[in-house]
Design a protein around this ligand. Structure first.
Ligand SMILES: [Zn+2]
Length: 344
């Protein structure tokens, strides 16, 4: 993104972010909403108690207490560590190999699951499907604009498969919890912990699934849906928990926690990712379409919580290596004219 874009003088939200307004000092309305902070603090306190009670009640009832969605990035690495060492859960760590994982991130996964001594499974959907999914998510308008204030379309597509696959495994193996490494800013407060009711989810995303199926065929349901017969037999759904939302770590503190597990920062990713080589391209498409980065909200939230400096956030936003973007475009066989053609 261009350096010249006008941004809030306190956080990094830019003038193109939906519903943004600046006061005479250049501070945005999101920063000014003081109420937001106190609501968040008390919600987190309540969630901390509720989650700890839930975990203690269900622990030890099944083969695994929790499935941890593990991308190999820094946040999910810390999530996995906390699940094992702080919450003492029997976990099954699960990675979705999307075809763009940095080789160093794959080594990180290997080293970390060994160091923590947890069982691990990887699911790798067909490369063709993943390419096609990323391609149509880049070119067409698949998701609603509100969703896209927090996440790029491609990340959202990928995470839909992660969530769906984790839910499938949890239902199959009777696992009561699914843990993910999202932080506030990436997700809203009411997603710190929640129960997925598949029938309700299916209804709410019908539009999206119809659009994707029209473009990609029945494989969409195979990777992003669950068979009706399985759903009919469900007695209880697992609870999804994002335990990092209860913590206050700076990036340096996260790295210090995970380095002893053998985690090494990958060099072939952009400033906003610590595992994925398609992320720079995802951000590029998002910025072209909407004029702002899908990471602005998350980074701004970290700034307001004093967990990241504005300078650090800006350098992350500006670190979008062109070679990574080109690499993804070549792999997906997508060119500038397609992005222009479909978005004009
Ligand atoms: Zn602001």
């Amino acid at each position: 993104m261009h350096n010249s874009v006008k941004r809030c003088t306190h956080c990094v939200l830019s003038e193109n972010f939906p519903r943004i307004e600046f006061d005479e000092k250049g501070v945005c309305n999101f920063c000014r909403e003081e109420l937001f902070h106190s609501t968040e603090k008390s919600y987190i306190e309540e969630a901390t108690v509720a989650i700890s009670e839930m975990l203690n009640k269900e622990k030890g009832q099944s083969e695994y207490d929790a499935i941890v969605c593990y991308s190999g990035g820094k946040d999910s690495t810390l999530t996995l560590k906390l699940a094992v060492e702080k919450y003492k859960l029997k976990v099954l760590s699960f990675t979705l190999e999307n075809g763009f994982t940095s080789p160093e991130a794959n080594k990180n996964i290997e080293r970390v699951v060994s160091a923590l001594g947890v069982d691990h499974i990887t699911f790798r959907p067909s490369k063709k499907f993943m390419r096609d999914l990323y391609k149509v998510s880049s070119i067409y308008e698949i998701y609603n604009k509100k969703t896209l204030t927090r996440i790029s379309a491609n990340c959202n597509s990928c995470i839909s498969i992660v969530n769906n696959t984790a839910l499938k495994y949890a239902l199959e193996k009777n696992v009561p919890f699914i843990l993910s490494g999202f932080t506030l800013g990436q997700i809203p407060l009411n997603a710190i912990y929640y129960t997925t009711n598949y029938a309700f989810l299916k209804e709410s995303r019908k539009n999206t699934m119809d659009k994707l199926t029209a473009l990609l065929g029945d494989d969409v349901d195979k990777y992003m849906g669950i068979n009706d017969k399985i759903i009919e037999g469900v007695k209880k759904y697992p609870v999804n928990i994002n335990i990092l939302c209860l913590e206050s770590y700076t990036e340096k503190e996260i790295i210090d926690e995970i380095l002893p597990l053998g985690w090494v920062p990958p060099k072939d990713v952009d400033g906003c990712s610590s595992n994925c080589r398609i992320n720079a391209f995802n951000n590029y498409v998002h910025e072209r379409k909407y004029g702002y980065s899908p990471y602005e909200l998350e980074l701004s939230h970290l700034i307001r919580k004093n967990l990241l400096s504005r300078e650090e956030a800006l350098s992350k936003l500006l670190d979008q290596p062109m070679d990574q973007i080109k690499y993804a475009m070549q792999d997906l066989k997508i060119d500038e004219s397609q992005l222009q053609k479909f978005n004009s």
